[in-house]
Design a protein around this ligand. Structure first.
Ligand code: NA7
Length: 557
């Protein structure tokens, strides 16, 4: 960038502008620099790392194996980085990303504190004009969105929120270094973030009230330090590990069994589940018999097995029952990896509050007032309220920006009833706008760096094509978009996951609890998604309309 436009001092120009300096944006920046593109990254935060920059709540860590959640593009990087734990905590991941940025000299291409508020396409000069909260304006030929799937936190709409005199924070907005030792704390929400923060702080706080709406399934994470010898052994196997992960549906080290649960005896199933439960990571969820997440019968049996484990681990039978999900089966929503979560409820300073029975009436100056029914209330006196209430997922980051395409069409309006994308990478009527992380993309449902590398590789190849052919207009075809949405809907419908209420189906702040699910993520698996993107490269982009005014011809019609 750096070329200052004569008519406005605060306006600059660039060919490729990436929005977001997280795991995806950094990878894309690295690869576009490698091909010599004129590229710049902007980020609303004051530092790089995206999710790993923002989520600083106690206990925040991967629940994918650390060594699978790293870039594979540089052998040197792979050889020099040591992971300390099987499932790295947030500070370690952030320092990894900072190391990557330093090693490849990426920082000079990133501008921080740049919150995008408006992006408008101009058909006259085939450019996007992007306006930032701080008044800066950037004009770009191509805009690449890498804003993360979970970067807009949702605070519940509870009367009185904001009036509390103590600390009221979302897990995503946790104040750097804030210590809860000796405090009276309430955590609202028991998804993956809630489970981590609850487990981490339970033995430090004076009292902990866990406010749960629906219970969520959890399985042991099996975290442990990685020894020097183990690290060396992993390093020697990286090629094999990445090749394996690339062929698993979700890009994890865990791969579903070819066998159906009904092909083996009950004794064998139980023995296998016991092994998975005592193993590492998401094995029980992703490395199980394949019918466990597609067929209600096998799913029920697996759920009963995990429910048995909860009953064994939680001393109070009533509390155990509350912690066993009743509205969905195991693995039909994102399963949280836990490290002693259930034992927390055996501590005398911890209580589980069932919000279904006693909803929050209001937040008060001194805590939370629960509605006990029949005009009765109970006041929780608190120092800290933690909202572990999730995110306006996948489309939330786009909804916050006024994105205007051809003929004044607004992205917000186009996606009003749910997102529609062309292969998860573009939207018709929004030329030259690429979505690297967003709805209906393989990047959204696979172990993150594994999922995004498919999109980043495709984007880099596409940028090379654009440069070689002088393409100045690149737009997803409407008919390809309709076909893709239909395909995603059909593929997703084969999984029980498509029927549960979770952020995977758009059940976030925008949807009332009984509204129809949206087609947010692509659950067809990373290998299938990669093949589909490769087909486009090999066949000259049949799903897109490409044109070059330089040669005055439509290259692909
Ligand atoms: P999740 O998985 O969306 O979990 C949010 C939790 O907050 C969940 O337990 C919700 O209960 C609860 N919630 C949401 N709104 C409310 C209100 N209004 N009242 C009470 N409880 C509420 O978000 P996480 O941050 O835990 O995890 C997101 C992803 O981060 C995760 O999938 C990993 O990929 C990492 P509900 O189940 O909806 O009844």
């Amino acid at each position: 960038m750096g070329r200052v436009n004569g008519d406005a001092e605060r306006t600059s120009e660039v060919d490729y502008l990436i929005i977001g300096a997280g795991v995806c944006g950094l990878h894309q920046l690295h690869d576009l620099l490698e091909i010599g593109a004129d590229v710049r990254v902007v980020d609303a935060n004051s530092g790089l790392g995206g999710t790993w920059y923002k989520n600083r709540y106690p206990g925040c860590r991967f629940d994918s194996e650390s060594y699978t959640y790293q870039y594979s593009f540089s052998e040197e990087l792979l050889q020099e980085w040591d992971w300390k734990e099987r499932f790295a905590a947030q500070p370690e991941t952030l320092s990894y990303l900072e190391h990557v940025a330093d090693k490849f000299d990426l920082r000079q291409h990133i501008t921080f504190d740049m919150r995008l508020v408006r992006a408008e396409w101009s058909e006259d000069d085939l450019r996007w004009t992007l306006t930032f909260e701080n008044g800066q304006v950037i004009r770009a030929k191509f805009v690449l969105y890498a804003m993360g799937l979970l970067s807009v936190p949702t605070y519940p709409r509870i009367p009185g929120r904001g009036t509390f005199r103590g600390l009221e924070t979302h897990t995503f907005d946790w104040p750097e270094g804030y210590d809860v030792t000796g405090k009276r704390v309430a955590v609202i929400g028991t998804g993956a973030s809630g489970v981590q923060v609850i487990t981490d702080i339970a033995d430090k706080v004076e009292s902990l009230s866990v406010l749960q709406r629906d219970a969520n399934w959890c399985a042991p994470l099996g975290n442990a330090p990685i020894s020097k010898e183990e690290m060396q052994e992993l390093r020697e196997r990286y090629d094999e590990i990445f090749a394996w992960c690339r062929e698993t549906p979700a890009g994890f080290i865990h791969r579903p069994h070819r066998t159906l649960s009904t092909d083996v005896t009950r004794e064998e199933r139980l023995r296998h589940w016991e092994e998975l439960y005592n193993g590492q990571g998401a094995g029980l969820y992703m490395g199980n018999y394949r019918d466990c997440i597609t067929e209600p019968g096998p799913n029920r049996e697996l759920s009963e097995f995990v429910a048995g484990k909860i009953r064994e681990r939680v001393e109070d039978p009533e509390v155990a029952e509350l912690l066993i999900p009743k509205d969905h089966g195991f693995g039909t929503k994102r399963v949280a990896g836990e490290s002693g979560f259930y034992e927390v409820f055996n501590q005398p300073n911890v209580e589980l509050v069932d919000l279904m029975a006693h909803p929050i009436h209001e937040v008060t100056e001194t805590g939370i007032r629960l509605d006990l029914g029949s005009g009765e209330f109970r006041d929780l006196e608190l120092d800290v309220i933690v909202y572990a209430t999730g995110f306006d997922a996948v489309t939330g980051p786009f909804d916050r920006i006024e994105i205007i395409g051809t003929d004044g069409v607004r992205l917000k309006d186009r996606w009003k009833d749910g997102p529609e994308t062309c292969l998860g990478v573009q939207v018709s009527s929004f030329p030259n706008m690429f979505v690297l992380v967003g709805p209906q993309s393989g990047s959204a449902s696979a172990n993150f760096p594994r999922g995004i590398e498919d999109v980043v590789n495709w984007m880099t190849q596409t940028a090379l094509y654009i440069e070689e052919h002088g393409i100045d207009r690149f737009e997803g075809r409407r008919e390809a978009e309709i076909a893709w949405v239909e395909h995603v809907r059909e593929v997703n419908s084969k999984l029980l996951m498509s029927q549960t209420r979770s952020w995977f189906n758009g059940h976030n702040i925008n949807l009332e609890r009984d509204e129809k699910p949206r087609v947010m993520v692509y659950l067809g698996g990373a290998p299938r998604y990669r093949r589909r993107l490769t087909e486009e490269l090999e066949n000259g982009y049949p799903s897109f309309l490409l044109s070059s005014s330089a040669v005055s011809a439509t290259l692909s019609t």
